[in-house]
Design a protein around this ligand. Sequence first.
Ligand code: ADP
Ligand code: ZN
Ligand code: ZN
Length: 664
Amino acid sequence: VFHLAQWMADYYLAPLGEVLKTCLPPSLSASNPETSAIKTQLVVRLESNFEEELQRQTLTTTQLLVIDRLRTLTQPVLLSSFQAQSGVSTAVFKVLEKKRILRVVKERVFRDPLQGVSGTLSVSQLELTLEQRQSLEKLNGFLAEDSFVPVLLHGVTGSGKTEIYLQLIETLLAREKDCLVLMPEIGLTPRVASEFRTRLGQTVAILHSGLGVGERYDEWWRIRHGHAHVVIGTRSAIFAPLANLRLIVVDEEHDDSFKQQESPRYNGRDLALVRGKMNGALVVLGSATPAIETFYHAKNGKYRYLRLSARVQERPMPKVKLVDMRSEFALEHRSVVSRELETAIRERLERKEQVLVLINRRGYSAFLLCRSCGQNLQCRNCSISLAFHKSRNGLLCHYCGFQQKVPTHCPSCQSEYLYFLGEGTEKIETLLAETFPDVRLARLDRDTAQRKNARSQILGGFQKREVDLLVGTQMISKGHDFPNVTLVGILSADQSLAFPDFRSAERTFHLLTQMSGRAGRGELPGEVLIQTYYPEHYCLKFVTGHDYDGFYEKEIRFRRFMHYPPFVGLAVIQARDKHLEAAADTINRMGKLLREFGKERVRILGPALAPLARIKSEYRFQIILKSASRKMLNAVLKQCLAEAERQDIDLRRVHIDIDPVSLM
Ligand code: ADP
Ligand code: ZN
Ligand code: ZN
């Protein structure tokens, strides 16, 4: 792990101390009581060799009850929770202990991050489909090479990638090797993590940012001391102290959340390849919609390539259809939910099937617009429109959390004619509740998921079919397996296409394909309706055709032509400061240095105001660097930073992002 940290500090141009803080577990400090010691608690164990037949007559009913209960448990149980459940007094345990029937012992207990997540999952291996079996055989072959092998496992949604990972891991565990599985967000999809735990047992450790310090420390300790050989985690799990690492799986490798947005700005997917190389491990990148860069490398032979082109059990891919909202509008049907989608929802509800509706914006409406002067109300700290949240009865900034009341007059021109524009999840929920008064409806977005366990409660309710219709943001698009969902409705698909960012088409393609993939995963076939004002856009065309390759060809031409990754390495240098002049001055001085050292070695764009020009009260100016050679990019930046330090440029204002996921 130390080598990995050194590599990171060098590549991402981050201070080693900062990098190490990211890599190492929460410190074992006295000031942090949660980690100061691993918890010990009293645990009840049945003695294995007590002579039951001999003693049975001498025991009371209560004592027998305790014994019989303990016998049904496969694991030792906490005295406190056993007592709470059975209502048996401590004295009973004392007597039984004296009779040498059970023992109450002090044991180390690990806080279990999966507590409360219930799984009704099968413990046995599934019989693989032909495609799954062929992929698994290939992967086992790669393992036999006994060195670093990167592989892209490209399998459509519902093709059963998880089962392949599981069987591969089972093979490695049998050989006493360690495995690491990275996932975008575990809090969102506890299903997969609990599936691993059910299948593989206590050797699975879970690491993600939602854990308390104590929980994380315990899991880390179990890994470090060889009690856990499989680690499932989000990006920071890439630093897990596994000694015999032979396999790293990066599931949904295209996902942006592998990228850390603050320093050190590393990408867990990319580090998986770096660590895989250091450890001579097999690295499997899995996705239904690989990142453009990843697919490019697979096509060019840098990564091996495996494809699963069909869903398991011959389930068809969902039928995806665009609904042209312009003709809806022409027909004076002014609702945000088209008649076609409304009819489709009604049909499913009558058939007792389930429906998911995606609207990738939370709140009630996106802006408050003044009809007289055309201004929309912006955040005090950011150059961002404030969104209206009905539940909070106020306006909210989604970047810095600033809140205010809805004003009665326009702050610019004093006009009273303010109106709300652009729908969010709250509004759609309200609309659907009006249209379908009897429906059992739930909403999942960052607002409803705020309370601890709220997400899993909402998703669990939907899984158990206590809810018919679930409205939500992209939180409902990822990795869920709801077999009874036969319809997915997507509102405002165009919104993310309009973002001024070179990855906006790619991101939209991922989101829509993943979202579509939630339909028809069970026995019943699925249908997807995508509402759009821009049905001609190539991204939407390829989504409806399930045509990843077509999308890739179109997108890679654009990347080549416009000099974007994978054809160049990219870096963004931002100067941020509360004072406009200070930020501008810093970026200008950095710009000068970059031109001095980088001339003819890298392409330099800017300085310019960032598209999000002000966030959290800080102005942002940026310079974009492009180079066909990452080495060159790295060398130029290092030279500049050294010189900037010599010239006393305040580097606390300077933020460097290598391989940024967006240029906003
Ligand atoms: P993916 O991650 O590729 O979208 P999953 O791994 O979630 O797909 O699998 C989709 C569903 O298919 C899951 O419910 C899984 O249990 C099931 N499944 C996977 N492999 C098989 C198989 N060989 N036979 C039957 N069902 C399978
Ligand atoms: Zn106005
Ligand atoms: Zn703000």
